[in-house]
Write a protein that binds this ligand. Structure first.
Ligand code: GDP
Length: 457
């Protein structure tokens, strides 16, 4: 086990005035430092693990705050090390002051994610679980949270571990047989290995295929609303954004007027792109008409095409239809509260996509829209019984690598290559999968992964 000699500390709660703030310490000196700054009835370092103590934090003679201190002795703590959490009043100034006192008494300021990194280095969790921690923190909807928690509980780790064990077994068997051909026979082994490899490839493929949905769960479905001027796009947007559904995000680093709105639809997130374009009412002709739609539609997961059903279809509508015919589209026949000129059948002749009659004005048809989105992307629903969704690009890359190596194994066997030829590929697959659990990963990459974490985690 890696020896981590320094005691680290950070503020683990948000830096805004709030009820409670937590300063956390982890490392060999955590209890000693706590003793130096805590004044209460008892000496903390002689107390049992997992106990809470009331008292005061002092910086020399100065009393800083009234606190509750939680003690957790390694290895039974998040990091696997002695850990002390000081719960103080949550003002920005007072929390900082306590942090400074802890620093003054021998701790070092933790880097972002360093607590979780220690948990990983100390063997408290594998890398897939550590990464799930950050995903839980960043979850924006119910499904994202459920998936991250399932990963946190080891759903990916178990799958990957089982595959690695199997690969290692075969490699070891072949190697032993090559070393000791008199006692271990490889007769027929290659044929059975092909079968097993196929099974593994199937499993890998299944996992890789979840990645696209995984991204949509985690980040939201990239959605563009298109339709000719006055079809009702901004009215629809307002309905969707209303009712506490939206987290409006001004995405940094994008073009001045591209604003993304993050909308919760019954547990699924839609990231509606270029809402600024929709909202710019002065530019009536453009107003996310054809040209903008063309640009946005390329990268969208979903296109919501709003048709003004109270007016006849015109060349504008037809042009948009041609542009989006091979995309994921939901057609909304809007203004169903008025006398309608356009029927679903009329649109279907040109564009055969799921279609819903709605009224943005009366807020009708929104539930049907939610259902259609779910059916389109998640076959009506998401289950979390044993399903794992890959949400992490790095993990997907590793799975693809393992897939390539195992395909190579299969190919080599089938073209009659000698055993020692494909054990190399078996080991490559083993290593690639090890990147996911973190067993075969270099220090630089570990540092990079944890540097993306938040402070104090
Ligand atoms: P956009 O140009 O596509 O963004 O269209 P707007 O949302 O600005 O709507 C154009 C006009 O249609 C506005 O006067 C809206 O009030 C009206 N409108 C939008 N949706 C409906 C609807 O469902 N029913 C009715 N009767 N009017 C609507």
């Amino acid at each position: 086990m890696i020896k981590l000699t320094e005691t680290i500390t950070a503020i683990s709660t948000a830096m805004s005035d709030s009820g409670i703030g937590i300063v956390r310490m982890s490392g060999p000196e955590a209890f000693e430092i706590a003793d130096r700054i805590y004044k209460g009835k008892k000496q903390l370092s002689s107390q049992e693990s997992h106990t809470v103590h009331y008292g005061w934090i002092k910086d020399g003679e100065d009393t800083i705050d009234e606190v509750l201190v939680i003690l957790m002795r390694g290895p039974h703590s998040y990091t696997g090390e002695d850990t002390v959490e000081i719960n103080c009043h949550g003002g920005v100034f007072v929390v900082r002051k306590i942090l400074e006192t802890v620093l003054k008494n021998g701790a070092r300021a933790a880097e972002p994610g360093e607590f979780t990194k220690r948990a990983f280095l100390n063997g408290r969790m594998d890398l897939s679980r550590a990464e799930a921690v950050i995903d839980v923190i960043h979850s924006k909807n119910e499904f994202a949270l459920k998936n991250s928690v399932s990963q946190l509980r080891g759903s990916i780790q178990r799958k990957i571990q089982a595959m690695r064990d199997e690969i290692l077994y075969h490699t070891a068997y072949i190697e032993s047989a090559l070393d000791d051909p008199e006692h271990i026979s490889l007769d027929g082994y290659a044929e059975s290995l092909v079968e097993k490899t196929e099974k593994l490839l199937k499993e890998l493929k299944k996992l890789i295929n979840t990645a696209d949905n995984g991204r949509k769960i985690q980040e939201g479905i990239r959605t563009v609303i298109v339709g000719k001027p006055n079809a009702g796009k901004s009215s629809l947007l307002n309905v969707l954004v209303g009712e506490d559904r939206a987290i409006v995000t001004d995405i940094e680093g994008t073009t001045r007027d591209i604003l993304e709105e993050h909308i919760q639809l019954n547990g699924v997130s839609l990231n509606i792109v270029d809402t600024a374009g929709i909202r710019q009412t002065e530019d009536v002709v453009e107003k996310i008409g054809v040209d903008r739609a063309r640009n946005q539609a390329e990268e969208a997961d979903l296109i919501i095409f709003v048709v003004d059903a109270s007016r006849n279809l015109d060349e504008n509508d037809f042009e948009i239809m041609r542009m989006i015919e091979d995309k994921n589209v939901i057609v909304l026949l809007n203004k169903s509260d008025l006398k309608t000129m356009v029927t679903p059948k009329m649109v279907k002749e040109h564009l055969d996509k799921p279609m819903i009659e709605i009224s943005a004005k009366e807020e009708e048809g929104i539930y049907e829209l939610e259902q259609t989105v779910k059916e389109m992307f998640f076959q009506g629903g998401l289950t979390f019984n044993d399903e794992v969704y890959i949400t992490n690009v790095r993990q997907k890359e590793a799975l693809l690598q393992a897939f390539t190596s195992l395909s190579q194994v299969k190919e080599s066997i089938e073209s009659g290559m000698p055993e020692d030829f494909y054990t190399i590929d078996l080991m490559d697959a083993y290593e690639a999968l090890g990147n996911i659990t973190g067993e075969t990963i270099g220090e630089d990459l570990v540092n990079e992964i944890f540097s993306k974490f938040c402070m104090g985690k």
